[in-house]
Design a protein around this ligand. Structure first.
Ligand code: UD1
Length: 344
């Protein structure tokens, strides 16, 4: 008998969430096969995973859009489950280059699904996003809160991918799917061996804050302080990437152990606590004792005023709950930035 509980194929496993999830899976007794084309990540990410878990991991440099290369992975490796992370994720870029997003995010995904079906591998875990809720009418959002029409091609790929998975689960015997809707993942592994590595100017709040603290950016722009929220800045649900990784393990356990109640299930993965941009910034400054110059500027197009999760379903069904303390998370983000920049 294998020494592992099972094997999980992790596409996009050199990325930010992929690396942390690979570590969490290995720590939970799974083996992993990681594939990535390094289009938005570096080989050092795999080395980071190996250092943390203290062993070599199976890695293949494969583009999931290349079905022949991907078929080889299925031929060479046995696994019951895939976690499909491989995708582009820059909202703004997707507005200017929609086809790049539809091609990459959907072709890679359908290749995975096609091969899961062909090779009779039963479980698909898909990385969805809170972006599917758009500007929700009621907060916090539950999984039943109606999705709003996507406002970007990126967001649309998430909605379409959820629907494709639902349809496949309905149609194909033995096919099971879970979509995890992530809120705003932040933080890094406490070892500072893996973390988020944005290329160019970061779009997301925390990488911009840490780069400003490191002196790479002059000043953080806070996008709007005239929203109808307690301090006028947007409210989000910031989830530590380690907690997020554990949610994947819980979802994989549920599939592998045959505990799913429906063939296709959706779970919100957040903390359930809304935090404003200014609150997050001030917590970061205080937790790390660093300075982050900022200015208030106009709202960013496409931002919703507030979104946070009702996590009741994930708490109950996955037996999972976000646990990390926000100050620890913010310290981990800063430690990672310092590690990347060689700051003592
Ligand atoms: C964004 C995407 C979302 C995606 C997620 C993960 C948009 C509209 N949404 O979420 O679809 O799933 O990233 O990649 O882009 N902020 C500033 N200054 C900055 C950066 C951000 O004030 O320099 C504010 C934003 O206005 C927002 C909050 O910080 O209120 C969080 O922004 P961000 O980290 O980009 O995440 P989202 O926009 O929530």
């Amino acid at each position: 008998m294998s020494e592992y509980k099972d094997t999980v194929l992790v596409s996009g496993g050199a990325g930010y969430i992929g690396t942390h999830t690979a570590v969490a899976l290995i720590e939970a007794g799974y083996d992993v096969v990681i594939i990535d084309n390094f289009s938005n990540s570096e080989p050092t990410a795999i080395e980071g995973v190996e250092k943390i878990v203290g062993r070599k991991v199976t890695f293949e440099k494969v583009d999931t859009c290349d079905i022949n290369a991907l078929r080889g992975v299925f031929e060479r490796h046995e696994f019951s489950t895939v976690i499909h992370f491989a995708a582009y994720k820059a909202v703004g870029e997707s507005m200017h280059e929609p086809l790049k997003y539809y091609m990459n995010n959907l072709v890679s995904y359908m290749n995975i699904l096609e091969l899961m079906k062909e090779f009779r591998r039963p479980n698909v875990l898909f990385s969805s996003s809170a972006t599917v809720y758009g500007d929700a009418e009621t907060l916090p959002v539950t999984e039943q809160t109606p999705r709003q029409p996507a406002t970007s091609p990126y967001g649309n790929t998430k909605q379409i991918a959820e629907d494709i998975l639902r349809d496949c689960c309905r149609a194909y015997e033995g096919f099971h799917g879970i979509a995890l809707r992530y809120f705003n993942p932040i933080g890094a592994h406490p070892s500072a061996l893996i973390g988020e590595l944005p290329r160019g100017v970061p779009n997301n709040l925390i990488p911009f804050i840490t780069q400003t603290a490191a002196g790479i950016r002059e000043c953080l722009s806070v996008f709007g302080n005239d929203y109808d929220t307690p301090d006028g800045t947007c409210l989000r649900d910031y989830i530590d990437v380690l907690d997020l990784a554990k949610a994947h393990v819980a979802a994989v356990n549920r599939m592998v152990d045959g505990k799913m109640k429906e063939k296709y299930e959706i779970f919100n993965v957040g903390t359930g606590t809304p935090v404003s941009v200014l609150e997050l910034l001030n917590r970061f400054i205080k937790a790390n004792g660093v300075d982050v110059p900022y200015k208030i500027v106009a709202r960013r197009e496409g931002d919703v005023p507030a979104v946070w999760a009702d996590t009741t379903l994930a708490n109950k069904e996955l037996g999972w709950k976000a646990e990390r303390d926000l100050d620890d998370t913010l310290r981990a983000s800063w430690n990672w930035e310092k590690h990347v920049r060689g700051i003592k």
